[in-house]
Design a protein around this ligand. Structure first.
Ligand code: DP6
Length: 320
């Protein structure tokens, strides 16, 4: 009746931005990400016939705000006729600030829920359920370099290269720790509704995916850097041009971009990506980590930096 699981956030290099089907939360296009190893979310799920309603404790505090989404996810895995559950979640990084906390949370939640419900589910089925709650969560079921393909009916997700095959480092520059003003889901719907760039964004997504996949398979850092930065800046252009506009960046985000550009001009193997928040993620070859971290630490407005290698997909933990 109780199970524990852990998942790591993932950082998209080719972004998921737009929904084909809002009800089923199906992405409008594919995406490609890296799963991290040193940031994590742990989830414990315990079903009990003594509970009248679901309960959620998030980082040691009761939380009712996230509860409806958690309950919906429990229903999708265990069915609506399930027992009520007590869910506890702990993360070692700030939530709701563009650090993909929902990805690791829902990936860990589906794994723990399925086990607590006594099921033997395969990874793709769980990824599909996690993705129906939060699109990016589907990718955190898998480790290393992960590609998500979207079709009319469903998603397919797979690891295209294991973490150890190309051990890149991600340096995260946190420029603001609060929750973001507009959720990514809401911002995507706005982009699709009225951004003049949305249709070209979707048209170009398959070509960007092919380019990134080939770069990963060939370990071609320059090509991965070029297509990832291009894809990130296109996604932000789509949302900047929507009405009302969505701008997640702050001045520190721009200072970090400039620092990365400066390192690139000096010949260092590093590139940036930015998600639905003001944090900048710099991806580099592992021997560049210290240099990249100190450059980002030196940018005005950076609150702190975090470093992570690439890691595994969601896993069950021994229950306490
Ligand atoms: C910018 O997965 O949070 O991080 O499906 O509405 O929950 P919902 O969206 P979410 O969006 C992630 C957007 C992104 C890009 C990405 O991770 O691919």
């Amino acid at each position: 009746m109780r199970a524990d699981a852990q998942a790591q956030p993932n950082i998209a290099l080719i972004k998921y931005w737009g929904k084909r089907d809002i009800e089923q939360n199906l992405p409008a296009a594919g995406s490609l990400s890296v799963t991290l190893d040193s940031l994590w979310t742990k989830m414990s799920v315990e079903f009990s016939d003594a509970l009248p309603v679901d309960q959620l404790v998030l980082n040691a505090a009761a939380n009712d705000e996230m509860l409806p989404r958690i309950s919906a996810c429990l229903d999708r895995v265990a069915g609506t006729d399930r027992l009520r559950a007590s869910v506890e979640s702990e993360s070692n990084f700030p939530i709701a600030a563009g650090l993909a906390s929902s990805a690791s949370a829902f990936a860990a939640l589906v794994v723990a829920t399925s086990k607590a419900a006594g099921q033997e589910s395969d990874t793709l089925s769980l990824a599909r359920i996690a993705g129906s709650v939060s699109g990016s969560a589907a990718r955190s079921l898998y480790g290393g370099f992960v590609e998500l393909q979207a079709s009319d009916a469903n998603i397919d997700v797979e690891t295209i290269a294991e973490a150890g095959v190309w051990p890149l480092t991600v340096v995260i520059a946190v420029t603001e720790e609060g929750a973001k003003p507009v959720s990514s889901g809401e911002a995507m719907i706005r982009s699709a509704a009225n951004s003049p760039f949305y249709s070209s964004w979707l048209e170009q997504q398959p070509a960007d995916l092919v380019s990134a996949r080939n770069a990963v398979l060939r370990k071609d850092f320059a090509q991965l850097a070029a297509v990832s930065e291009h894809n990130c800046l296109k996604m932000h252009s789509v949302m900047w041009a929507s009405r009302p506009p969505v701008v997640y960046w702050n001045s520190a985000t721009l200072s970090c971009m400039e620092a990365v550009r400066h390192l690139q001009d000096e010949g260092h193997a590093v590139f940036f990506t930015i998600d639905a928040g003001p944090q900048l993620k710099a991806i580099c070859l592992s021997d560049e980590t210290d240099l990249v971290r100190s450059a980002l630490d030196g940018c005005a407005g950076v609150v702190r930096t975090m470093v992570s290698g690439l890691g595994a997909g969601a896993t069950l933990l021994d229950s306490k």
